[in-house]
Design a protein around this ligand. Structure first.
Ligand SMILES: [Zn+2]
Length: 142
């Protein structure tokens, strides 16, 4: 029996058969997409406000990024800390999300590069099991 992996936050992403998928909300009125999930539509021009869960696309394009060069303060946990990149990723359809970039050397990051969502360990939990977060890896990388 396999133990399901621990995810860094509930309702943020899930691990599907072949990839990780971000969990968002879609407005049933204006089709606006929100990530992370929201309780109601925030479009001021929308009269419906009702949202339903939706999976976001698992691939996208890098729009911009920055490099986190100092260790974030407590509450943020990360084993083997080293400077890492945070990317702004266009998932298509007007959806843009931020996430850590995975296994891409900082000097090799290029605006416009194709990315795919992955679930990767962030730190080891108090019970000794890895806690996973979502990250974006270069498409074509394993
Ligand atoms: Zn709406």
């Amino acid at each position: 029996m396999t133990v399901p992996p621990t995810l860094v936050a509930d309702g943020l992403f899930e691990i599907a058969a072949d990839s990780a998928r971000l969990l968002g909300s879609r407005c049933t009125g204006c089709n606006a997409i929100y990530f992370p999930r929201t309780l109601s539509c925030r479009n001021p021009a929308c009269d419906v406000k009702a949202v339903q869960p939706t999976q976001l696309p698992a691939t996208g394009t890098l729009i911009s990024y920055t490099v986190q060069r100092y260790r974030p303060p407590a509450l943020f946990r990360m084993d083997d800390w080293a400077p890492y990149a945070i990317g702004l990723v266009d998932l298509g359809g007007g959806i843009e999300v931020m996430g850590m970039l995975h296994a891409i050397p900082l000097d090799d990051i290029r605006i416009g590069m194709a990315l795919k969502l992955v679930a990767e360990p962030l730190f080891t939990g108090d019970d000794g099991t890895p806690v996973l977060t979502y990250k974006f890896a270069a498409q074509g990388a394993s």
